[in-house]
Write a protein that binds this ligand. Structure first.
Ligand code: SAH
Ligand code: F3S
Length: 432
């Protein structure tokens, strides 16, 4: 018997989690449940979690503490995703009345707890691609459809918990992915974003690479924009780079994290590429698509990072002129090699370095945003802004652009003349 009628879900972390959260909501909708934004009104409460940094894990446990007190007494609550995998049964020791703990590859088991609400449900199996087959298709696609093409990661960067929480890298079947793409296109998607921890490493049966998926997707008339994230530098093949020249639907934007500008640090991170190789790839990308913009993730304060190492990170950020980037203080994680490396960097130095890097990244972003003023960019609608009076669009370079037009009369894709820029966003009006 199904007991729960309303569900509350909160998602933390990466795009893959955002996708997982949408699938969980669709799965519960398919069982006749409705989503509520109010924890106190929910019959089942799901935190869809991220374990990449210690802070993210702590956030989850403090949210669980608040939820315990606020929820209806018989409401079920639990965690899915990477913190569930990281904590396992320990989560029940920390929060004894928790009802379920489901890893990132077993959240399709969530309905089991609805069938048997008195049980404690723990499943952190690494069942690979099983969840993709077990989940129902979504009835209607958002304009931007995230399509996961791969699960896990084989790179084993020494700071990263992802290979532990999401397991070894597995690529999904090419035809299954294309079936999802066609279904998304048939049910309203205009943009496809392929997702993977190491998305450009996608390879099925030794052939059928990411570039093949992009070529096939570009042939679908309804799909107007294509992108993919996140890319590993050494897996950026010439074939893929060339698509930025030949395939106009592929957006001129690429997230290709460098993490650090110091080769010594990169070696200790187990990211064995030289700066020369990385810069050569960027040069090739810019030759293929002169307006392409690159974004990166950075980690500051990795064990034994010197001032000189850090300055090299500042230098590479200036040189590549990254936009839309993320920077983090190094956070020691369980099951990772870097957590036990000597010369861990004190918190105050990490903080100082992060502030410097963030200030530089903000300046670069501001400069780039300024260069967009006066241009007309083809943008896709994302939703209403906070006031509800304006519509937020996304430019081809992933900037937000605010247009003074009500959501219900805003076209899905529009040419927008950019009229003003700030550090965080653009303003514009629809071109006649
Ligand atoms: N390839 C993945 C990266 C996953 S983790 C993706 O598709 O997004 C996202 C980012 O978190 C990494 O690129 C890295 O910059 C950062 N990160 C990972 N582990 C970290 C740690 N222990 N401390 C600080 N930042 C970390
Ligand atoms: Fe993590 Fe490195 Fe893979 S950052 S997800 S181990 S590429």
């Amino acid at each position: 018997m199904i007991r729960a009628k309303k569900f509350f879900i909160q998602t933390f972390g990466c795009q893959m989690n955002v996708y997982d959260g949408m699938r969980i909501a669709a799965m519960l909708n398919a069982r006749g449940m409705i989503q509520t934004p109010d924890v106190t009104d929910a019959d089942i409460i799901i935190l869809n979690t991220c374990a990449v940094r210690a802070k993210a894990t702590e956030k989850v446990y403090s949210a669980l503490g608040r939820i315990r007190l606020a929820k209806k007494p018989d409401a079920l609550f639990g965690i899915v995703g990477c913190v569930a995998r990281e904590s396992g049964a320990d989560a029940f020791r920390r929060i004894p009345d928790l009802n379920f703990v489901l890893g990132p590859q077993s959240y399709h088991r969530l309905p089991d707890i609805l069938e048997n609400p008195d049980a404690k449900l723990l499943n952190i199996d690494m069942s690979g691609l099983e969840k993709f087959d077990a989940l129902p298709q979504m009835e209607k696609s958002p304009l931007l459809a995230y399509i996961p093409i791969q699960e896990g990661c084989n790179h084993c960067c020494t700071y990263c918990i992802v290979p532990y929480t999401r397991g070894r890298e597995i690529s999904r079947d090419f035809d299954d992915v294309m079936r999802d793409v066609r279904h998304a296109a048939d049910t309203g998607a205009l943009e496809i974003c392929f997702l993977g921890q190491n998305v450009n490493g996608y390879k099925q049966n030794g052939k059928n690479a990411l570039s093949d998926l992009i070529r096939e997707t570009a042939q679908i008339d309804a799909i107007k924009r294509i992108r993919f994230t996140s890319s590993y530098p050494t897996e950026m093949t010439d074939d893929l780079i060339d698509l930025f020249r030949t395939e106009p639907k592929l957006l001129p934007f690429l997230n290709m994290p460098i993490q650090s500008g110091s080769e010594n640090v990169l070696t200790r991170m187990n990211r064995p590429y030289s700066l020369k190789l990385y810069i050569d790839i960027i040069d090739k990308l810019r030759a293929a698509r002169p307006d392409i913009q690159i974004s990166s993730d950075f980690i500051v304060g990795f064990p034994d990072e010197s001032d000189d190492d850090f300055n090299q990170t500042m230098e590479i950020a200036r040189r590549i002129k990254y936009i839309n980037s993320y920077s983090f203080k190094y956070s020691p994680r369980p099951h990772t090699a870097a957590a036990v490396m000597p010369n861990q960097i004190p918190e105050n130095i990490k903080k100082e370095r992060l502030a410097k890097l963030d200030a530089l990244l903000n300046d670069i972003q501001r400069e780039f945003n300024d260069t967009c003023v006066g241009k007309t960019l083809s943008c896709m609608r994302e939703g209403a802004d906070k006031t509800g009076r304006n519509t937020v669009y996304r430019t081809p370079y992933m900037q937000q652009c605010i247009v003074n037009i009500a959501q219900n009369s805003a076209p899905d894709i529009a040419d927008i003349k950019i009229t003003a820029a700030s550090k965080a966003s653009l303003r514009g009006k629809i071109s006649d």
